[in-house]
Design a protein around this ligand. Structure first.
Ligand SMILES: Nc1ncnc2c1ncn2[C@@H]1O[C@H](COP(=O)(O)OP(=O)(O)OP(=O)(O)O)[C@@H](O)[C@H]1O
Length: 286
């Protein structure tokens, strides 16, 4: 994106952004999420302390899609929990839309690895649940749910129950359930990792389609480096624990991207190699 490119015009090789200032949108008002020198220490019941994050800073612009990759146990999910207020920083500050995070923000939506569907509700009722919870009259919410069910390709399955659907279809329900609330920020933690490769590729295309029409920001946590590169505007690489930001890569592959094709782009292959070299160092350290 242009703001990031400008900030690092003198950096070589291209695509690599420095961890601190380069991760910043040009103006604070453009930031959806900000981590300002955040450290987080967990204290276990026996008093043992674990430093999960150390001096971690990042900014995500409004409308931007970023992916976070890092070794296992490095603190990727912890960053999402800080954005939702499930965790509070020990040091530093996390801001959402310019305000310090103190409670869950209704503008945030989530899609995690496990399906968050109600097994006893039909697809329609599952998708309508969010708007109903937020006060939309039931009939209106169901009508809206039907539109979203159609949009994610499940038009004939509105009256089905989750156990009657495949894993990919349940994921479509999860996307409809989330996007119906028009989240300004979408947090995704390994959302497609339980799916087979083919379904996963379809879901990635689906996500990009929904996101590009939404104007929201996405923070996507994944173990899959190729998934991160294929989807994101920028990829944030974390160090091994205690995690801090190792490097930020700008992914200037043109959009719209088609998942089954983008992986063969020479630029994609080059980025994969470079980011993997970075990651390998961290995995090796553990
Ligand atoms: N509630 C907790 N109490 C103590 N330690 C915790 C707690 N939650 C997470 N941790 C530790 O903090 C570190 C970061 O955890 P986190 O789940 O954020 O890692 P991750 O990068 O998402 O891992 P993975 O890739 O395996 O999903 C881990 O070492 C984990 O053991």
């Amino acid at each position: 994106m242009s703001y990031a490119t400008e900030a690092v015009a003198s950096q070589r090789p291209s695509n690599i952004l420095q961890p601190q200032g380069a991760a910043a949108p040009a103006h604070p008002a453009d930031a959806a999420i900000e981590f300002d020198k955040v450290s987080l220490r967990f204290i276990a019941p026996d008093g043992t302390a674990t430093l999960a994050l150390r001096n971690f800073s990042m900014r995500v612009a409004k409308g931007e899609f970023i992916a976070i990759v890092g070794p296992t146990g490095s603190g990727k999910s912890t960053t999402l929990n800080l954005i939702t207020s499930l965790l509070q920083p020990t040091v530093g500050e996390v801001r959402v839309m310019g305000k310090k995070v103190e409670q869950i923000d209704p503008r945030i939506g989530f899609v995690f690895q496990a399906d968050a569907v109600f097994p006893w509700k039909s697809v329609r009722d599952n998708v309508a649940a969010g708007p109903i919870f937020r006060g939309t009259p039931r009939e209106q919410a169901l009508k809206l749910a039907d539109e979203w069910i159609h949009r994610v390709g499940l038009a004939n399955f509105g009256n089905h129950y989750p156990h009657q659907l495949s894993g990919g279809m349940r994921k479509r329900v999860a996307l409809a359930q989330t996007f119906i609330n028009q989240p300004e920020i979408l947090l995704m933690d390994e959302p497609f990792s339980a799916l087979d490769m083919q379904t996963r590729t379809l879901m990635q295309d689906e996500l990009l389609r929904l996101w590009s029409a939404s104007g929201g920001s996405v923070v996507f946590v994944t173990h899959d480096l190729e998934e991160a590169i294929a989807l994101a505007d920028r990829v944030f690489v974390l160090t091994a624990r205690p995690a801090t930001l190792k490097r930020v890569y700008e992914i200037d592959l043109p959009r719209p991207r088609i998942m089954s094709e983008v992986r063969y782009d020479p630029q994609f292959i080059d980025l994969s190699k470079r980011i993997w070299d970075d990651l390998r160092e961290e995995v090796h350290i553990q």
